[in-house]
Design a protein around this ligand. Structure first.
Ligand SMILES: NC(=O)c1ccc[n+]([C@@H]2O[C@H](COP(=O)([O-])OP(=O)(O)OC[C@H]3O[C@@H](n4cnc5c(N)ncnc54)[C@H](OP(=O)(O)O)[C@@H]3O)[C@@H](O)[C@H]2O)c1
Length: 129
């Protein structure tokens, strides 16, 4: 069973219907905005109540086409961690738990134009959550 997420309920529901029309039946929609703590908590509760466990979390959410400042970088970073932290307890009952993080070559440090962010991320020994 795959839970497809999107911020917009209408677009997410349509995506699920399109996939079902292609023959994929084990797929359902749940709203999620990864920058919204209440939305993260709601998804975690939903999975816990309906399935009791989670086997695989695919972190695929991406934003592109803008230059990130220090504030938005910190906010996004913390929220991505918040989603994983909220869902990790649901791995407890799984025998095949894993997190798949989808990244990009654009995420390489040499491509990070914000000097502050590049400096923080380059300090491997000093990195904290
Ligand atoms: N496209 C490429 O050539 C390429 C290459 C290398 C790596 N990647 C990686 O692949 C991943 C997906 O990229 P893509 O090209 O498929 O990007 P995309 O078409 O822009 O899709 C990004 C998705 O992220 C969702 N999203 C954005 N902000 C969100 C939020 N706050 N909460 C929940 N969902 C949110 C969007 O959902 P809604 O707007 O529908 O809510 C959208 O479906 C990214 O991690 C990217 O770095 C892409």
């Amino acid at each position: 069973m795959v839970i497809l997420i999107a911020r917009d309920e209408k677009r997410g529901t349509e995506a699920v219907e399109n996939l079902k029309a292609c023959g994929l039946s084990d797929i359902i929609f749940h709203q999620l905005d990864v920058t919204d703590s209440a939305s993260i908590a709601s998804l975690a509760d939903y999975i816990k109540n309906k399935f009791e466990k989670l086997d695989i979390l695919v972190n695929n959410t991406g934003v592109s086409g803008f230059i990130m400042d220090a504030e938005s970088f910190t906010s996004l970073k913390l929220k991505s961690g918040e989603l994983s932290q909220a869902l990790i307890p649901l791995f407890r009952l799984s025998s095949s738990a894993r997190i798949v993080n989808v990244s990009s070559g654009l995420g390489q440090l040499k491509n990070v134009t914000n000097e502050w962010a590049r400096e923080v991320l380059s300090d491997v020994d000093g990195l904290t959550e």
